[in-house]
Design a protein around this ligand. Structure first.
Ligand code: ZN
Length: 126
């Protein structure tokens, strides 16, 4: 492996939307030890239980073994079919990565919903 290949994908409207994609020096999956295909780092924010907006960076690994989700599975298929997607069709890849990251953000929303419902359940409101 030579050097580090980094690119910015997606719509960089502001610092908040910054998305960093790495396709080299990608670690193995922590769950199943399969070599990862790519790694993304993106800004995200969520509300904690006190309703305070928390912002931070989140990093996710695309693992061909654990990618059961639709967006991730489509991206795995795409990367398997293209030898050098970074130079071949960067725009298309960027769109798929953005869709995957959006689905990751959606998971965060689901967790929040789960927390809210748990809180309601604890209070006996659910
Ligand atoms: Zn895995």
């Amino acid at each position: 492996m030579t050097g580090t290949k980094q690119t910015r994908a997606g719509s960089a409207q502001s610092e908040e939307d910054e998305l960093l994609v790495r396709m080299s020096e990608v670690p193995a999956c922590a769950s199943c030890a399969t070599p990862g295909l790519l790694r993304v780092r993106f800004r995200h924010s969520w509300q904690n239980r006190e309703g305070v907006q928390i912002t931070g960076l989140r990093e996710s690994l695309l693992c061909p073994g654990c990618s059961a989700g639709n967006e991730a599975a489509a991206l795995v298929d795409y990367l398997s079919a293209h030898k050098d997607p970074m130079t071949e069709c960067l725009e298309e890849l960027g769109g798929m990565v953005a869709a995957w990251v959006e689905s990751l953000r959606q998971e965060q929303v689901d967790e929040r919903l789960l927390d809210d419902q748990h809180e309601q359940w604890v209070r006996g409101c659910l």
